[in-house]
Unconditional design. Structure first.
Length: 396
């Protein structure tokens, strides 16, 4: 066992330095930041558009006094509800008739309100009338009660804790942790496939297999890619934390997980490592069977889709602590890291995490062992019946 780990560390150091010290590694670190920056820019632009240009425009074909009352009521309501909550109001001529104005090619309003504030008449297509009649009725009602309508003063009574808000906050933290771990795993685990296929194509893997046990090659590559992933996560996490501190509004605090932030972050790192090694060991086994990049892509797709289904199963069970689906999600090895990090956010017990981590490590070792035996049988053409050798010690 000692020789196996020593050989695995040699392979891990070789692969880690080859990746991290390469010129392209900086682009690997900066790569995920560009989509985030672009997404934030387009998200802000889309939010601005949704709050302005995409709001429906309602025409007011009313006498000047009634139009003034409608606009004042609209301003009072949007001041409390937000500008995006109600359609935009725009005055239109009293003549010609609203149906004639809506039929013009340059019509800029969706529906037209005519008549009076007390008895408004809405002209437009049926779907538009159905969509806007509630908003128009609210504005007209506020306009009628303009002098008697007063905002009720709310007397605040603050409390230090709210169990409902705390539960909801912890649920959100659990879901966010699941999503972050899943996308980091999918983003980073696929690199193992291309690495192994490239070395198989160049016949390097056969040279390594002649020098060290195949188990050490698989374990070493997994350790190297995991270490490289932690370098990337440290860089991305530091950047995200700096941005959060820069944009954080005063007085806003994050809800605390059930086990506390230090333990929660430590478990998040551990569960990412377990999710990565579970999926990465499976990818190693796939890459060991594939001879070309095309075969890797063909085999990779079903595994990724299956992992997405497992992730959706874990997210489904996140708000059902102790239910059969949640317990099943913690037992199934590939969904266990996602289910357990959500449990850490909501339940303060630590012993289930010790059991889950041990259970996941057993499955990592089992998947690596099966991948090694299949590699020997189908690639190195040695080893005989792999099912007989499954639990034997690795001999290289």
């Amino acid at each position: 066992m000692r020789e196996l780990m020593r050989a695995a560390f040699v392979i891990a150091r070789r692969d880690f330095t080859a990746v991290v010290l390469s010129r392209t590694f900086i682009f690997f670190l900066l790569g995920p930041l560009f989509p985030i920056i672009i997404g934030m820019a387009f998200g802000g632009l889309g939010d601005k558009i949704s709050k302005t240009d995409l709001r429906p425009v309602v025409g007011l074909a009313l006498p000047a006094q009634d139009a003034d009352r409608m606009e004042r009521a609209h301003d009072r309501l949007t001041a409390r509800m937000g500008a995006e909550a109600l359609p935009t109001l725009r005055r239109v001529p009293l003549t010609p008739a609203p149906r004639v104005q809506l039929a013009r090619p340059n019509a800029a309003v969706v529906v037209i309100v005519s008549g009076s504030v007390a008895r408004p008449v809405v002209t437009g297509q049926p779907d538009d009338i159905k969509r806007l009649e509630g908003d128009i009725s609210l504005i007209a009602s506020a306009a009628l009660a303009e002098r008697s309508l007063h905002m009720v003063h709310i007397e605040p009574q603050q409390v230090s804790t709210s169990v409902g808000a705390q539960t909801q906050g912890r649920l959100i933290i659990g879901r966010i942790a699941q999503i972050v771990i899943f996308f980091l795993t999918i983003l980073l685990a696929g690199m193992i496939l291309s690495n192994l296929v490239e070395e198989k194509t160049n016949k390097i893997i056969e040279i390594l297999a002649a020098a060290v046990p195949v188990d050490a090659i698989f374990l070493g590559k997994l350790m190297a890619m995991l270490a490289m992933s932690f370098v990337g996560i440290f860089f991305w996490g530091s950047t995200a934390f700096a941005v959060f501190l820069a944009l954080k509004a005063p007085g806003i605090s994050l809800p605390e997980p059930a086990i506390g932030w230090p333990l929660f972050l430590m478990l998040a790192v551990i569960y990412f490592g377990m999710a990565y090694t579970l999926l990465g060991s499976l990818f190693l086994g796939i890459g060991a069977q594939a001879a070309t990049v095309r075969e890797v892509q063909t085999l990779n797709m079903p595994v990724t889709m299956a992992q997405m289904l497992i992730f959706f199963f874990a997210t489904y069970a996140v708000d059902k602590m102790g239910s059969p689906p949640e317990i099943a999600a913690t037992i199934v090895p590939f969904s266990s890291p996602f289910a357990m990090i959500a449990r850490a956010a909501q339940v303060d017990a630590l012993w289930p995490h010790l059991l889950a981590i041990g259970w996941q490590m057993i499955w990592v070792a089992l998947i690596i062992r099966i991948g090694v035996l299949l590699f020997r049988r189908h690639v190195l053409k040695s080893g005989g019946g792999w099912w007989k050798q499954l639990f034997r010690s690795a001999t290289g």
